[in-house]
Design a protein around this ligand. Structure first.
Ligand code: SF4
Ligand code: SF4
Length: 267
């Protein structure tokens, strides 16, 4: 029954209505929609060879691209370094003797359009000197669920305590785990640095620190740390920088999460 009905419908579609002009039947590859009355197409009709090659013409693009160099990045199997000025995770920097650059002024928090930073400042004391000058950041948090990596906070920082690294792999299993604390954000200790707290370099002011005139810890600072924290790993002959540079708990969990996801995504 179905075979008998089909030709009848086809014929009805081809039968012109009374008094109407019949549009020419479209050739293969041409748009089949009827042209409006009085319209003349400017497209040249294709020749017989073009008509013949039309069905495979699109493969020309595919074939020509097969011989071009591959630009697809095989992330996470192969990690391509970000551009030098990429805005990634933040870092709280230190001076060359190990004192912290953050003075707890909260300017970064006020500059942040996403309200992602929380800072509490506190006074330095002779027994707890963590940064040059009077104040240091006692609490420092960045909420990476809010941060939009605009960089306004690092522009606002008067001591260059806050900068942004190229690290972009930020993932965590919990919402709370996306809030990085000061311990997670502090820059690693490098050779010549002593873990804070310890006194400033003798005879210097905070201005000398800002001007970069402090280039390393001094014997007097080493002696102070030896007296107050004889087991400090950053002391000469101590356990070393690797023992001192333990990532904060949030950073450690996040690193493990990213490592797991990378392993899963690696071919
Ligand atoms: S990068 Fe922008 S959004 Fe993120 S903490 Fe800094 S100011 Fe706030
Ligand atoms: S990071 Fe800079 S702007 Fe923010 S509290 Fe510390 S010193 Fe102030």
């Amino acid at each position: 029954m179905a075979d008998q009905r089909k030709p009848a419908r086809k014929q009805a579609a081809q039968t012109p209505a009374k008094g109407k002009a019949v549009a020419p039947r479209p050739r293969s590859g041409e748009v089949a929609a009827p042209e409006p009355e009085g319209y003349t197409s400017l497209i040249e009709p294709r020749g017989a060879v073009s008509d013949f090659l039309a069905p495979v013409g699109g493969f020309g693009v595919t074939l020509s691209n097969m011989f071009r160099p591959t630009v697809t990045e095989q992330y996470p199997s192969e990690k391509v370094p970000a551009k030098p000025r990429y805005h990634g995770r933040h870092q709280l920097n230190r001076y060359a003797d190990g004192l912290e650059k953050c003075i707890g002024c909260e300017l970064c928090a006020w500059a942040c359009p996403a309200d992602a930073i929380y800072v509490e400042g506190a006074d330095n004391t002779p027994d707890n000197q963590r940064s040059p000058g009077e104040r240091y950041g006692s609490v420092y948090q960045i909420n990476y669920l809010r941060c939009i990596f605009c960089g306004l906070c690092i522009e606002a920082c008067p001591t260059r305590a806050l900068t942004m690294t190229n690290e972009f792999e930020l993932a965590g299993p919990t919402r709370a785990g996306m809030i990085w604390e000061k311990q997670d954000l502090l820059a690693p200790l490098r050779s010549g640095m002593l873990q804070a707290p310890h006194p400033m370099v003798e005879g210097t002011t905070d201005t000398d620190y800002y001007r970069g005139e402090v280039t390393s810890s001094t014997p007097a600072q080493v002696a102070w740390v030896k007296e107050h924290r004889p087991d400090d790993p950053t002391l000469p002959g101590g356990a070393g920088l690797d023992a001192a540079n333990v990532p904060g708990p949030t950073a450690a969990v996040m690193a493990a999460t990213v490592a797991g996801a990378t392993k899963q995504g690696t071919r």
